[in-house]
Design a binder for this molecule. Structure first.
Ligand code: UT7
Length: 323
């Protein structure tokens, strides 16, 4: 599926980013103290050194509100959000959706608010949804948040999954604008294959993943979606200044970059510090790269993701001047 808006004043344009990670930091040595694992194994297989875990009593909505607050502050006093989209697969409750509570918590009660669940691809799916709402004229300013608390569903005694995930939230403000503006979403590609639903799932209350099969799928699908979106945008891999993909595993990021012909310096990685934060992964990576001065106005940015479903997606934009 593809999403693109040719109509003037009806393209989603990035206007602000914000992020939040909880204060509790879990190191590889902390995990090795209670699991049959080691810093050496985790670092060499995943690149992850630390991950953040939600404080007791805090849930996905709390993290989402914190990231949303940061993005709204960055957007400035003139921001006028009419829609809140929350990408998550760890909602506070099965019913109702978490986005209305997030909107209310941000002082935005009354706006449209709903959840999108595409697991680790949720943020890219959310971008396409926000772009579609803006293209249709239904929304003018969307607050898109990716937030997950996988600490609630990852078995702390399972060494095959516990080291991989961290909690967090990232948010962007998307406003209606022109297709040629910096920050305009240039193209989005989405896909899924439900025949592989069992690769990433929750069984008996705990997250379960077929690691090696997911690894292979992640590399193939992220590279494929990236290639498709580059072709639709009219960019070659060498045109990309920053490749900000879903932060699943440092080896996966590098393998996708190598497959595409994007060298390691252009592959942004914060998985080392935060682990796999699922739907929060790409907006957290964008916010961290922006804060670190690693994304500059005019940079051609490529996003790609793969996750449970299975689902995948990719998007392109030129980085705008942001506060
Ligand atoms: O966001 C999308 C979802 N997630 C991903 O994209 C993750 C995709 N998969 C991966 O990143 C990798 O497959 C993992 C990091 C999960 C695993 O790395 P791997 O190189 O594929 O290792 P493996 O599963 O083949 O396991 C190798 C060995 C096994 O032992 P045996 O059977 O060879 O004796 C595992 O039992 O490593 C063992 N092992 C561990 N050893 C120490 C598995 N987890 C650990 C651990 N510490 N934490």
């Amino acid at each position: 599926m593809e999403a693109r808006s040719p109509r003037p004043g009806r393209t989603a344009v990035l206007a602000a980013v914000g992020a939040h990670v909880p204060s509790i930091v879990v190191t590889n040595d902390d995990l090795a103290a209670r699991l049959d694992t080691s810093d050496e194994w985790i670092t060499s297989r995943t690149g992850i050194r630390t991950r953040h875990v939600a404080e007791p009593g805090r849930s996905t909505s709390d993290l989402a509100i914190a990231a949303g607050t940061a993005a709204l502050r960055a957007a400035g006093p003139d921001a006028s959000i009419d829609t809140v989209v929350l990408a998550t697969s760890t909602p506070d409750r099965l019913v109702p959706a978490t986005a209305p509570a997030v909107a209310a918590g941000l002082g935005l009660a009354g706006v449209a608010a709903f959840d999108v669940d595409a697991v680790c691809s949720g943020f890219v799916y959310g971008l396409a949804v926000a772009n579609g709402l803006i293209a249709a004229g239904t929304a003018r300013q969307v607050l898109l948040i990716g937030a997950d608390t996988f600490s609630a569903i990852v078995d702390p005694a399972d060494r095959t999954t516990a080291p991989l995930f961290g909690d967090g939230a990232g948010a962007v403000v998307l406003r209606a604008g022109e297709a040629g503006e910096p920050g305009a979403l240039l193209a989005v590609e989405l896909g899924s294959d439900g025949a592989l639903a069992d690769l990433i799932t929750v069984r008996d209350g705990w997250f379960a993943m077929q690691g090696q099969a997911v690894y292979r799928q992640a590399v193939t699908r992220m590279a494929g979606a990236a290639r498709d979106v580059l072709a639709r945008t009219g960019w070659q891999p060498e045109d990309v200044d920053a490749f900000v993909s879903h932060q699943a595993n440092l080896r996966i990021l590098r393998a996708v970059g190598a497959d595409l012909g994007i060298d390691a310096e252009r592959v942004h990685a914060n998985v080392t510090d935060v682990g796999n934060t699922v739907a929060a992964s790409i907006p957290l990576a964008l916010a961290h790269a922006h804060a670190a001065g690693r994304l500059r106005a005019g940079d051609r940015v490529l996003l790609s993701a793969f996750g449970g479903g299975t689902t995948w997606g990719a998007a392109t934009l030129v980085w705008p001047e942001l506060s």
